[in-house]
Design a protein around this ligand. Structure first.
Ligand code: NAP
Ligand code: HSE
Length: 428
């Protein structure tokens, strides 16, 4: 039997406690699978006295995560504190400098500092692994770096934030508006301490930036993502989209195009009958397309103690087995700097507007769209009790610039009652 693999775990919250539990419950199974005992040497958190529901007295305690990360009896530093900078980054850097392997669930840190950390880890010849950072329990990092390594990846997309999917599907089911369901999700503890990370799309964009880097061999480029959260998704749009056969999802899409690397995280319509359209509640889904595989769909729990700790343990097992691959799939010093795409690929759009109910109003809108080069695929006007007629239009594929031009021109027609809504329809 080889030497035990000794962990130092910083962060004993949801994920950290989950990892301690798995190591305690499945010690024999982990040894059988890796050929090594997996042990915990030391732990760290802010409060030493908090009851965390697991026995911790057998592990040394460190107040300072940096001290934990550099202990002689730690082979792998497991960073489960969170935060893109601060102690998480300082301790990760210290661990790498001390020749320790690092496992982290921290997508914010990787999205901001992934390139520098990867270069440091590869120079120090240690592993930096992060299966838990993207879509919790779904083994998507392994899928991209290993299972699909023989593919030229053409597109990665998916629903990568469970809280947003919970809010959107609860709005659909209940007919309640965004503010009411946001309050419900917050009350249930589903949102990050800073909810803007979830509903602003930032958390999901962190994950997309990491997947993009692996998929396309490019440096992580969070700033290159076109980002819009779900705060402006209204119950009216959810209901109208359903009527036209669609669901609204906070959808991340990354694809390499002739115009550069297109990375988007924004509310989109997807066909209601598609796997993404049927995704309910806090579940995540990632769709990966490659030249040989065509399409792979991964679906599973994107958060929570068990699923996220499960992903951390996958990394622990790989390190115990001696498996070593570059942090983002290819050596960090060969990752290229991506050019963000100047425009997005043409797509059909959903337009919702209120029109003053007088002769020629609809004709004016149709003319504006035609002049902007936007062709109408389907249109529906609803009965109404007040003076504004609700109108839905689904366009044929159009450039986003054409849609923007049309929306601007509509403002001058004098037939709009309120601002129109435009949402991209993603073809799957
Ligand atoms: P959490 O429940 O808030 O736990 C954070 C832990 O870190 C706590 O134990 C806290 O100590 C400790 N901590 C914070 N600052 C510290 C410091 N300066 N020094 C020492 N310890 C410190 O967070 P979590 O949900 O487990 O998330 C941990 C990481 O996993 C984050 O990067 C998160 O984004 C990622 N992640 C979480 C999930 C999930 O479902 N929760 C899913 C995927 C990824 P105290 O307990 O004493 O306050
Ligand atoms: N807030 C995140 C989510 C947690 O809802 O998906 C997992 O990263």
């Amino acid at each position: 039997m080889s030497q035990p693999l000794r962990l130092g775990i910083a962060g004993l919250g949801t994920v950290g406690v989950g990892v301690v539990k798995i190591i305690r419950q499945h010690a024999a199974m982990l040894t059988a699978r890796t050929g090594r005992d997996i042990s915990i040497s030391a732990v760290s958190a802010r409060s030493k006295d908090k009851d965390r529901g697991v026995p911790l007295s057998g592990y040394a305690w460190e107040d300072d995560p940096v001290a934990l990360a550099t202990r002689d009896d730690v082979d792998v530093f497991v960073e489960l504190m969170g935060g893109s900078d601060g102690p998480a980054k300082a301790a990760t850097e210290a661990a790498i400098a001390a020749g320790k392997h690092v496992i982290t669930a921290n997508k914010a840190m990787l999205a901001m500092h992934g390139q520098a950390l990867a270069e440091a880890a590869e120079t120090a010849k240690v592993s930096l692994r992060y299966e838990a950072a993207v879509c919790g329990g779904i083994p998507v990092i392994k899928a991209l770096t290993e299972g699909l390594a023989g593919n030229d990846i053409t597109r990665v997309m998916g629903v990568m934030n469970g809280s947003c999917n919970y809010i959107l599907t609860r709005m659909e089911d209940s007919g309640l508006n965004y503010q009411e369901i946001f309050a419900e999700a917050d009350g249930l503890g589903y949102l990050e301490a800073d909810p803007q990370l979830d509903v602003g799309g930032i958390d999901a964009a962190h994950k997309l930036a990491i997947l993009s880097s692996i998929a396309f061999g490019t440096k992580v480029d969070f700033d290159g993502i076109t980002l819009e959260g779900i705060e402006r998704v209204s119950i009216e749009d959810i209901t109208a989209a359903a009527d036209m056969g669609y669901k609204i999802k906070l959808l991340g899409v990354a694809q390499m195009t002739g115009r550069g690397l297109e990375q988007r995280m924004q509310p989109c319509l997807v066909p209601a009958s598609s796997p993404l359209g049927q995704l309910q509640g806090g579940t995540n889904m990632v769709v990966i397309e490659g030249d040989s595989i065509e399409q792979v769909v991964l679906r599973g729990p994107g958060a929570g103690m068990g699923p996220t700790a499960s992903a951390v343990m996958a990394d622990v097992c790989d390190i115990a087995r001696g498996l070593s691959i570059p942090v983002f799939g290819v050596p960090a010093d060969t990752l290229t700097t991506s050019q963000p795409a100047v425009s997005t690929a043409p797509a059909p759009y959903y337009l919702r507007m209120g029109l003053v109910d007088k002769p020629g109003a609809l004709a004016k809108i149709a003319t504006v769209l035609g002049e902007a080069g936007v062709s109408i695929d389907r249109m529906r006007q609803y009965g109404h009790a007040n003076t504004a007629a609700p109108v839905l239009i689904v366009t044929h594929k159009a450039a986003s610039a054409s849609i923007e031009n049309a929306l601007q021109a509509m403002e001058t027609t004098g037939v709009l009652a309120g601002a129109p809504v435009a949402l991209r329809i993603e073809e799957l």
